[in-house]
Design a protein around this ligand. Structure first.
Ligand code: FMN
Length: 365
């Protein structure tokens, strides 16, 4: 059986090991969502991962839930990402970009006055939605979500085209692929759940209809960059951003089955509730694995020891680490020698400059 440190051929892309950096929003982009040189430094420091997955990067002007997240729809954004790709590749690393649309998890305060767009007008839970803005004093703080409105069919078609453009821009910037963010209560996840998707057209109602948005996004992105450069992240069990799926196991199985036919780079199973100490990975894995033929990434409060075991026993092909990669730029070397590990500090988690971003030390020597 393989180990966490074995190489992996990901549809022709050679990964140095099976340790993945999970996508982590860090809110360091400059004006207009342009990645700055400090982000190239941050990703370069972590390039010993077999695969880096970037922070969520918004695909159009109405899709950002965290002010100062980066975007992937303008030429200056592409230029900023190119510097990141070059820095990672110079260290022999690989990087996918996470394509993100916040959907109803938004605020007109950071969408330049525009109303957030969603599958349906479900606005009974705005207090549960995680939207963040930068205060005038430089502090980054949670702000109120504002009511969303239902997307028209032509807005859905335009949004799907914007995912495809984001994927094309990612490859143009020189990154190795894209991950479609269909987890954590954002737009594709909102379409999957019958609680947040109450549409009566072809995108809502039956499970098959609720899968349609993710299927069409996947097909558009695959048509643009090729299936081997596309991963999808899901978390149907997640409580984060309150999508309230009454049958998360059924949704997981259906998504895995639907995606299995495309020959994607991977399916990324995010056990989001595990961050808050209530893991669902056994159910998530049991629902997805029998239906998905390709590589699986597992994530969510997985210790290095559990990661070693779960690759060795074939549960996952790769394991992604979030908070421990945030705090340990050289995480693979530390896992290999059994630690020690820096503890993540909350300072600089979202927004700011070097502190809590590029100042975590690597092992000496
Ligand atoms: C600061 C921070 C930012 C995050 N940003 C994203 C993101 O942009 N996209 C995403 O899919 N998940 C995001 N997550 C979730 C992580 O990818 C991961 O699922 C979570 O941290 C649990 O993994 P861990 O226990 O290894 O940290 C974020 C988590 C943290 C702590």
């Amino acid at each position: 059986m393989p180990t966490l440190f074995d190489t992996l051929d990901l549809k022709g892309l050679k990964l140095a090991n099976r340790i993945v950096m999970a996508p982590l929003t860090r809110c360091r982009a400059g004006a207009g969502g342009v990645p700055l040189p400090i982000s190239a430094t941050y990703y370069r420091q972590r390039a010993s991962a077999g695969l880096l997955i970037s922070e969520g990067s918004y695909i159009n002007a109405s899709s950002c839930a965290f002010e100062h997240a980066p975007g992937i729809y303008t030429d200056p954004q592409v230029k900023g990402w190119r510097a990141v790709a070059e820095a990672v590749h110079a260290e022999g690393g690989r990087i996918f970009l996470q394509l993100w649309h916040c959907g109803r998890v938004g605020s007109d305060a950071i969408l330049n006055g525009a109303q957030p767009l969603a599958p349906s007008e479900v606005n009974d839970d705005l207090d549960s939605l995680q939207v963040y803005g930068l205060m005038a004093n430089g502090r980054y703080a949670r702000i109120a979500a504002t009511p969303a409105r239902a997307m028209t069919e032509s807005e859905i078609a335009q949004t799907i085209a914007d995912y495809a453009r984001g994927a094309a821009n990612t490859i143009r910037a020189g990154l190795d692929g894209v991950e479609i963010h269909a987890a954590n209560g954002y737009l594709p996840h909102q379409f999957l759940s019958p609680t947040t998707n109450r549409r009566t057209d072809a995108y809502g109602g039956s499970l098959e209809n609720r899968l349609r948005f993710l299927r069409e996004v996947t097909e558009a992105v695959v048509a643009q960059v090729g299936a081997g450069r596309v991963g999808v992240r899901i978390s149907p069990f997640a409580a984060y951003n309150n999508t309230r799926d009454p049958d998360p196991a059924g949704t997981t199985a259906a998504v895995a089955k639907m995606l299995s036919g495309y020959g994607l780079a991977y399916l990324h199973l995010a056990d989001t509730n595990a961050w808050a100490g209530s893991p669902d990975m056994p159910q998530l894995l049991a629902a997805a694995k029998p239906h998905f033929g390709g590589a699986l990434i597992g994530n969510g409060a997985i210790s290095p020891e559990a990661a070693l075991a779960s690759v060795a026993d074939g549960s996952f092909d790769m394991v992604a680490f979030g908070r421990s990669f945030l705090a340990n730029p050289d995480l693979p070397a530390r896992i290999r020698q059994g630690g020690p590990y820096n503890e993540p500090r909350y300072v600089g988690w979202y927004g700011g400059s070097e502190e809590g971003y590029t100042d975590y030390p690597a092992l000496a020597g």
